[in-house]
Design a protein around this ligand. Structure first.
Ligand code: TYD
Length: 142
């Protein structure tokens, strides 16, 4: 659900020599970090994402430059603009995401709760929506 996704502010040690931010898995973010990956050299007008994850939790940070992330839980859609390296967007499982509007030279860093596993992806939007409906039917109390 989108309500479980949120912007998280990280500690910022302000210093005239340059600021420092740190992130501790399980403390500043609600999962242990098992993988880090980043997008860079993104050409103008490109779009990334376009998928959802069954179990994976992620935290996305604009380490440099800026970009937008559009989240969709099958019921609601929300656009976030990330442009600072001292906060990030936490994304829980079962959220369709698109990343676009990359500024030139931007770097998108992702902290992930599990190793890469293609079986954890929904790459087809209709399949994702069908499974969102299935989960919400299963959780309905009659
Ligand atoms: P994908 O997750 O689709 O990228 P994005 O969401 O940024 O558009 O991954 C693109 C390709 O990279 C795909 O072939 C899988 C591969 N990949 C890995 O091998 N390991 C990883 O940790 C990630 C994130 C992707």
């Amino acid at each position: 659900m989108i309500v479980n996704c949120k912007i998280i502010d990280f500690p910022k040690i302000v210093d005239p020599r340059g600021n420092l931010t740190f992130i501790e898995g399980g403390r500043h973010i609600p999962f242990e970090i098992q993988r880090v990956y980043y997008l860079y050299d993104v050409p103008g007008g490109a779009e990334r994402g376009g998928h959802a994850h069954k179990e994976l939790q992620q935290l996305i940070i604009a380490m440099s430059g800026s970009f937008d992330i559009v989240l969709n839980d099958g019921y609601e859609q929300k656009r976030y603009h990330l442009n600072r390296s001292y906060y990030g967007l936490y994304i829980c499982p079962m959220i369709w995401r698109e990343i676009d509007n990359f500024s030139s030279g931007s770097v998108c860093m992702v902290l992930a709760s599990t190793f890469y596993d293609e079986a954890d992806y929904y790459r087809n939007y209709h399949e994702f929506i069908a499974n969102v409906r299935l989960e919400s039917d299963e959780s309905t109390i009659y």
